[in-house]
Unconditional design. Structure first.
Length: 120
């Protein structure tokens, strides 16, 4: 990849960075990904495109913001939250096992899951 400066664009997509462990002690998987991304950005390859998808955890946001040229946050999109709510509502109301639940329990599940989804 580093030798392909005049070739077609190369896309690297890193999904769910927030799911990489960040335990203390030795270098974590998350820190290794940070180092890789930083090395790729510093290489300034003109045809390299990097997309990182993650919940906006503080360490991730602090690391990525200085490196980005374009930032898109789905957490700020009301349509995303509405889609999640619609999906959860449909599942709760169409699942045969949940059909026997009390209305209050269904509403609690819908509210809790949609709130905890945090736009994801």
């Amino acid at each position: 990849m580093l030798e392909c400066r005049k070739k077609a664009s190369t896309f690297i997509i890193i999904d769910a960075l927030d799911e990489c462990p960040k335990t203390s002690g030795l270098q974590t998987a998350r820190e290794k990904v940070f180092q890789l991304v930083e090395m790729l950005v510093d290489s300034q390859l003109p045809n390299l495109r990097i997309c990182v998808a993650s919940r906006p955890e503080v360490d991730i946001r602090d690391f990525l913001e200085p490196l980005t040229s374009l930032r898109v946050s789905l957490h700020d999109e009301s349509g995303q939250r509405k889609d999640i709510l619609n999906f959860i509502t449909k599942v709760v109301h169409t699942d045969p096992k949940m059909g026997k639940w009390r209305k209050e329990d269904k509403e609690l599940v819908i509210k809790t899951l949609s709130d905890k989804a945090d736009g994801m």
